[in-house]
Design a protein around this ligand. Structure first.
Ligand SMILES: N[C@@H](CCC(=O)N[C@@H](CS)C(=O)NCC(=O)O)C(=O)O
Length: 295
């Protein structure tokens, strides 16, 4: 069951005002100030179409009031598949699925896209047979089709559903976004190789690249300045790497990396993301099981 009112989060990251179109009806607003030099006045919110706000990003939220359904397992009946309701099949612990869940939340689609969590350890047969033959999460049922692959899905959700755009129009930002999407696999492999083996150098180089990437645009703390699909693509993995590297390798990814530290702080202000987070201890235990047994 989703909350009936969807709020908007406005993230304030720049010191100069920009014109921000407010296109959608909303029932609540929440504000996050990071380095705004002046306070936001209520009459900024009251204007019907265009508001001058010192803001670089706007996203829908409201998911804090969403009651998360229990994961379906081999004993569970399937949902009403292909009944016209878009459905996002996820696992609560899967970082790839988390990307799509964050995108759905940040678009304010808690009521439009139904969350269907699956217990991957005890998967229902109907998931492979009737929903997604690849038998992985995430997958999205929409318009009588089921699509997979988290990177494709976050773009698909952004382009094919209502809600604030999570991808900038600016050409140089789009180009850089593509670079960062392509870099993800190398980033992931570099960090994982450091986790698997008794070495840290690959992870250090990978996080240095992230720090450099976060320094490119100065109009906000996110990869493209304002919050975007790029942040969504990376955050579930950094959420997992950070506690493991700290506890097991005694390596703090934020030491000497001010941009990364600021990014993590900003990400933790985004409700569409924070409601998808797991306990760092849980990540730690999973990663210990996965990687330490191989050492
Ligand atoms: N490339 C896929 C990876 C998805 C993936 O590997 N999901 C895992 C869970 S985190 C899964 O469903 N594993 C089940 C399996 O491989 O059987 C994506 O980006 O969506």
């Amino acid at each position: 069951m989703a909350a009936s009112s969807i709020g908007y989060q406005i993230h304030i990251n720049v010191n100069s005002p920009i014109l921000l179109p407010l296109r959608t009806n909303f029932s609540s607003l929440s504000f996050t100030f990071s380095n705004a030099k002046y306070p936001l006045k209520w009459n900024h919110i009251g204007c019907p179409k265009i508001c001058a706000l010192p803001a670089v990003s706007i996203m829908a939220s409201g998911s804090s009031r969403e009651i998360l359904p229990p994961a379906l397992d081999s004993s569970s009946e399937p949902p009403a598949i292909f009944d016209g309701t878009p459905k996002l099949y996820i696992s609560y612990s899967c970082p790839y699925a988390q990307r799509t869940w964050i995108a759905r939340n940040c678009k304010g689609l808690q009521e439009e896209i139904k969350l269907v969590p699956i217990d991957l350890k005890n998967r229902p047969d109907w998931y492979k047979e009737k929903v997604y033959p690849a038998n992985k999460v995430p997958s999205l049922e929409h318009n009588n089709e089921v699509k997979g692959e988290s990177m494709d899905l976050i773009r698909y959700i952004d382009s094919n559903f209502k809600g604030p755009s999570l991808f900038p129009d600016d050409h140089s930002k789009r180009e850089f976004a593509e670079e960062l999407f392509s870099y993800f696999d190398s980033f992931y492999k570099a960090v994982i190789s450091s986790l698997k083996e008794d070495k840290i150098n690959d992870a250090i180089a990978a996080f240095d690249s992230i720090e450099t990437a976060l320094s490119k645009f100065v109009d906000g703390s996110f990869f493209l300045g304002s919050f975007s699909l790029v942040d969504i693509a990376y955050v579930p993995f950094i959420e997992r790497f950070q506690p493991f590297l700290l506890e097991v390798k005694n390596y703090d990814i934020t030491t000497g990396r001010t941009k990364l530290a600021a990014w993590i702080k900003e990400m933790n202000q985004i409700e569409g993301y924070t409601v998808t987070k797991r306990d760092p201890k849980e990540h730690l235990e999973n990663y210990k099981r996965r990687f330490l047994s191989q050492l």
